[in-house]
Design a protein around this ligand. Structure first.
Ligand SMILES: [Zn+2]
Length: 612
């Protein structure tokens, strides 16, 4: 092990020495001085432009995102980068589902009375399509929650029927409720209710606002964003109170049924006298989104370094927004115009050097990813269909949210993904920008570096921390710390220089770091298995890209490439089913898991743990 490394090292030093002798050393310094002088102004210009509301929050499928892609490709060309996408272009196109639209026919019919799409009936985005005629059962809040000793389905037969359920959970806004009482638990989520109904054998779910706290609220249009299009495997629609009332027996009101549950804190489910006919027609909308890729061929074309940052953001808001009711451009200046701007300046510097005859040793690939906010779609596509051989990629440097440097604190994730990084990163820092570094060893995290790490590429990810404007329209360009962003760009360039001069980093599986997981929103709730799902596969089971070291999943024999199709009796079609199944089980419980592995079904038994 030691010897080949020593030889690589000597070769690298030799080449650097030769380069120094050949090129005029002063000219290199001149170039860098010029780059440093222009840096802050260029970063500001890039961030301001990308975060202009006219670019529509760079949402997938918007004209604004297209403009951003064209702009970035133009800049890369200007730097002297070669096209690194498909067919000799700077783009790598990906077809994605961007949302759902309500089509015709659609509606509810009860005893010959019709409720049309609009005021009284609205399909939910995760509904299947079709028509169903079935008896209806009122199933309270539609919740089965062993942890709260509460089950609306206890003793209820809903097989092949429609269930009518209330939104929210018992005792909403009641501090004495057995549920939280102030903040909703995951049981209140519509998706959870739908899967629970399906797992009890229902064929459809009708949802109505509980009149105690939400009387008269308008029906919500199906969410046309994020992953809301993954179906829940049953028909699902929201009803107005008027339409729901038509299903109840004479004398009963929705308010009295809700009152009966809330006052006693106990289920009050009943079979209803009416059958209903429900029809849902949803059209999934598609769009082509594009990664923007440029590269500088290295002196050794068998070796590659990737610098990446995602340029997409939340568009007009939606499910991932923390201000979900505001239909305005979420301009995403810090998330992630900042990272793209820094990445572009690293590219610009490399381009200047290459033009002056100083090519890097490695190929330098610069990627502006799309679809990150949809679940790492762009980077996932890139590692599946890499435009440079994946085996040649020695490391990937990611920047996501690097525009809010405070107290000189920079977070570097992934320092445990190569044996050399724990030592190398602080040393580059000491020799250059002297940040107050916070490091995390884990290579999995809520951004594009995860896509590379799951393919065993060592990764580093720079991040200046979360803030109150995160995923809100208020993440604007004027709040970016441009001096800080310049420091990050210079540090990124220094890291790339150092990686370029080094032997190949030695990949290693890093320890999970729960503190960073929490930033990712992987909040501690329910049982823990330790799987790492691949978010690219959206149906037909949950594909694992890996399992955590020492986790219950690893102990049970699960591994990357497995597709989970059944979990303790629950059918698993997508990530929501899986989350539901995991949440509804307790730490310490043994569960049987069925996976597709190499064309066969394999059963394993796992002992669920407590979330770290
Ligand atoms: Zn984001």
């Amino acid at each position: 092990m030691k010897r080949p490394r020593a030889r690589w090292w000597m070769t690298a030093v030799g080449l650097l020495w030769a380069a120094a002798l050949l090129g005029a050393a002063t000219s290199r310094t001149d170039l860098d001085q010029k780059w440093r002088k222009d840096l802050q102004g260029l970063l500001r210009e890039d961030v301001r432009r990308m975060a202009d509301p006219a670019w529509e929050g760079r949402g997938p499928g918007t004209k604004g995102q297209e403009q951003a892609a064209e702009y970035l490709a133009g800049r890369m060309r200007g730097f002297g980068l070669e096209p690194g996408g498909e067919d000799g272009a700077f783009f790598q196109p990906i077809e994605v589902t961007t949302g759902v639209e309500v089509g015709v026919p659609g509606g509810l019919e009860v005893r010959g009375r019709r409720f049309a799409v609009g005021e009284d009936f609205q399909p939910i985005g995760f509904s299947t399509n079709g028509t169903l005629k079935a008896p209806v059962v009122f199933a309270g809040y539609g919740i089965t929650a062993p942890a709260f000793d509460y089950d609306d389905y206890a003793g209820l037969d809903v097989r092949d029927k429609l269930v009518l359920v209330l939104t929210q959970e018992p005792g909403e806004m009641d501090s004495t409720s057995r549920f939280d009482g102030s903040v909703n638990t995951p049981h209140a989520e519509l998706r959870t209710k739908a899967i629970n109904a399906r797992e009890h054998g229902a064929l459809g779910m009708l949802v109505v606002n509980g009149p105690r706290h939400h009387a008269g609220e308008p029906l919500r249009k199906p969410r046309a964003d994020g992953a809301g299009y993954m179906t829940s495997g049953l028909l699902a629609a929201q009803l107005s109170e008027k339409a729901a009332q038509a299903l109840l027996p004479p004398g009963a009101t929705l308010a009295s049924l809700q009152e009966a549950i809330d006052s006693r804190g106990r289920p009050h489910s009943i079979a209803l006298p009416e059958s209903a006919i429900v029809t849902v027609t949803l059209k999934r909308t598609k769009a082509v989104i594009r990664n923007v890729v440029g590269w500088i061929p290295g002196r050794d074309t068998t070796r590659t370094l990737v610098v990446g940052a995602h340029y997409d953001h939340l568009g007009y808001g939606g499910e991932s927004s923390l201000a979900p009711n505001e239909r305005v451009p979420h301009v995403g200046a810090d998330d992630n115009a900042s990272g793209v701007a820094a990445m572009m300046e690293v590219a610009s510097r490399a381009g200047r050097h290459a033009k002056a005859g100083r090519r890097p040793l490695h190929n330098l690939v610069f990627c502006a990813y799309t679809g990150e906010e949809m679940g790492l779609v762009g980077s996932g596509h890139f590692v599946d269909q890499p435009t440079r051989p994946l085996e040649s990629i020695e490391a990937m440097l990611n920047m996501d949210m690097v525009g809010r440097l405070r107290d000189n604190r920079l977070m570097v994730m992934g320092t445990g993904t190569a044996t050399e990084f724990a030592d190398f990163v602080p040393r580059v820092n000491q020799a250059t920008e002297k940040f107050d570094l916070k490091t995390s060893s884990d290579g999995f995290g809520p951004s594009d570096h995860s896509s590379f790490y799951k393919r065993k590429v060592p990764v580093l990810m720079l991040f200046t921390g979360a803030h109150a404007d995160y995923h809100r329209p208020s993440d604007t360009w004027d709040k970016v710390n441009y001096e800080g962003l310049s420091k990050v760009a210079r540090f990124a360039a220094a890291l790339i220089d150092s990686l370029d001069a080094r032997p190949k980093p030695t990949y290693v599986r890093a320890q999970a770091d729960s503190s960073m997981g929490r930033i990712a929103g992987g909040g501690g709730y329910g049982a823990y298995l330790g799987t790492i799902p691949d978010y690219l596969k959206t149906e037909g089971g949950v594909l694992l890209s890996g399992v955590r070291n020492g986790s219950p999943a690893e102990k049970a024999g699960l591994r990357g490439g497995d597709v989970i199709v059944k979990f303790d009796g629950v059918r698993i079609d997508n990530i929501y089913d899986y989350t539901f199944a995991l949440r509804s089980r307790k730490p310490g419980q043994e569960v049987r898991i069925t996976v597709h592995r190499g064309g066969a079904d394999v059963d394993v038994v796992a002992l669920l743990g407590r979330r770290p």
